[in-house]
Design a protein around this ligand. Structure first.
Ligand code: SAM
Length: 292
């Protein structure tokens, strides 16, 4: 097996060879611990028949572990300076395709069709750039990609919000926007010391596995997310007050909102953070005829 890219010594050698300087604005905190990389890849349960989509390969630390575990790896990197580095560090692997693109602008579905024909099991596995974690996840979920799920590293605080359960202080519209599509759990927390340079925040790896069916069927998904965003706008307010302020002409429609809440068994004095996705789904459908 080839020598790992992600040891501190080899990473420094590679960075020196290319005179590479980290760009904080691109969230460049590279992993320098092969054990953590093995654990991340382990959580994805890849086989030699699987495909892996990576966001931000950096100098290829995680990419090479994916290349060893999967049939094909496609990795999107925004920073042009890393392309010659990756060509060098990943030269032992013939199953890696680097796409020079901002993941937010990429047509990932088309790239999968072109690069992974016939591959049935595809996971997104990445150490995400923290400045743009949520937009990346929302884009990849909304793109309706043929994937099984995600194993991704992010800021621990965001991981806690994404995986939060009702009744906790972390639970909010982000938890629902993500858990509507996937089951979400924290797979492991990660110390700052395994990065170069070390980030200012704690990190965690989460595992998201796509639902066969959404946990609740709704008339209109966008409206469900509008209702949840409105319900959490001011956490200390009741759901009735939040919906009155957050939905269009909500104040004039107070009685209709009360009626809708009561019709699905939700006390108007409850707070948004106590409602499950199923309850939000029923509530969104009850409100829908009055607001859309
Ligand atoms: N995977 C490497 C590792 O674990 O050592 C690097 C991870 S680093 C946290 C994030 C990587 O994402 C960097 O290589 C950065 O240049 C890249 N990146 C940042 N924004 C991006 C974007 N919008 N699209 C694609 N790559 C991006």
């Amino acid at each position: 097996m080839n020598k790992d890219i992600a040891t501190p010594i080899r990473t420094k050698e590679i960075l020196n060879k290319y005179g590479f300087s980290f760009k904080k604005s691109l969230g460049q905190n590279f992993l320098i611990d092969p054990n953590i990389l093995r654990n991340i890849v382990g959580h994805a349960n890849l086989t030699k028949e699987s495909g892996a989509i990576e966001v931000g390969p950096g100098i290829g630390a995680l990419t090479e572990h994916l290349a060893r575990a999967a049939k094909k790896v496609v990795s999107f990197e925004i920073d042009q300076r890393l392309l010659p580095v990756l060509e060098d560090t990943l030269s032992p692997y013939d199953n890696v395709k680097i796409v020079h693109s901002d993941i937010l602008k990429a047509d990932v579905k088309q790239v999968i069709e072109e690069e992974m024909p016939g591959i049935q099991d595809i996971m997104v596995v990445a150490n995400l750039p923290y400045y743009v974690t949520t937009p990346i996840l929302m884009k990849l979920l909304n793109d309706q990609l043929p994937i099984r799920g995600f194993v991704v590293m992010m800021q621990k605080e965001v991981a806690d919000r994404i995986t939060a359960k009702p009744g906790t202080k972390e639970y909010g519209s982000l938890s629902i926007a993500i858990q509507y599509y996937v089951t979400a759990e924290v797979a492991m927390t990660v110390p700052k010391t395994v990065f170069m340079p070390q980030p200012n925040v704690d990190s965690a790896v989460i595992r998201l596995i796509r639902h066969e069916q959404p946990p609740v069927k709704v008339i209109n998904e966008e409206f469900l997310f509008e209702v949840t965003r409105a319900s959490f706008a001011q956490r200390r307010k009741t759901i009735l007050n939040n919906l009155q302020s957050g939905l269009p002409s909500g104040k004039e429609k107070k009685n209709l909102i009360i009626e809708a809440l009561e019709s699905v068994g939700v006390e108007p004095t409850r707070r948004g953070e106590t409602l499950s996705i199923e309850e939000f789904g029923k509530l969104a459908d009850a409100l829908y005829p009055h607001f859309c």
